[in-house]
Design a protein around this ligand. Sequence first.
Ligand SMILES: O=C(O)C(=O)C[C@]1(C(=O)O)C=C[C@@H](O)C=C1
Length: 363
Amino acid sequence: MDIADLRRQLDQVDRDLVRLAAERQRIVAEIGRSKRGTGRPLRDFKREKEVLDNVRGHARDAGIDPELAAGLMELLIAASLTRQEQDTVRALSQGEGKRALVVGGNGRMGGWFARFLDAQGYAVEIADPAGAPAGYAHRARWDDGALDHDLIVVATPLRAASRILATLADRRPPGVVFDLGSIKTPLRDSLAALNAAGVRVASVHPMFGPSANVLAGRHVILVDVGNRDAVETARGLFASTTATTIEMDLDEHDRLVASVLGLSHALNIVFVAALAASGVDPERLKAVSSTTFGAQVAIAESVARENPHLYFEIQSLNAHNGPALAALDEAMHTLLAAVRAGDEAGFVELMRRGREYLHAPPE
Ligand SMILES: O=C(O)C(=O)C[C@]1(C(=O)O)C=C[C@@H](O)C=C1
């Protein structure tokens, strides 16, 4: 058989694989419907493990790498969760008959939230001087018109959010108000003013970017600023998804975010800056990429593509970020000093402390 025949055979196998994936998705959608009917949670970790163990076994029987089969299956399970979650958000129609205003809804995260609310049945209006995607009601100025929506989401950069929340405290809208800020301390006074004015206000931080289409494994932080009803309304928006909501106070939010966002962004920004300073052609580096380098560059690339103004806010407006960056600087100095002095014991100690902190057993 020549290569053209073999490729034809392969094309047929690929068609079959896609047909089977579609068949799997159809069944998964049925399972999602059944879970909605009985109120069972969509995600079932025990079942996922069983599915992965099963296919590893089938792969061994068939003489192929069990991890190839498990990897394929992980992709298919992620697709199942996306399908079931999107169907459930639509089917529950929690926003049916309700109206939402998304201030900054033409931005990336504002746009994500507008689509998310739209999928729940909310009639979404976008307030954004830069316009709005087709299909949404739109106003250029957020305060130009009535503010009688059931929900007002403020999804603008932090300085603007602080001003808007403060002005909303004067306007006293009847609906629930929350921001989506990555840092909360700069919003503290405006949020307190809203609460004092009797507005149902909370603060929300989705710990994912606008490209997220499935919320499995993702976290949403809820901050109570004095109004339980608003916190529960915000939590309810995610009830039909597989996201996990976590509640904390405003200070703990910013303290944790200094590590989760501040430190990890800083490290990646510094990593690519050091690579750029080396002058070595990045394609040349990728050609000899190791496992660690490949994974690190993939993360650094996604950080490098982000909005630098938002990332500056995350670094500069969080009071807890200074100590986090100082600790990074100190760790870098310890490493540099150990390497320069040929101090193997100091270097080993630095790594040992890290391993202990992460509870990671040695290789
Ligand atoms: O078996 C289920 O409960 C499913 O929803 C299907 C499935 C899968 O794709 O295999 C998807 C999500 C669950 O977390 C577990 C398994």
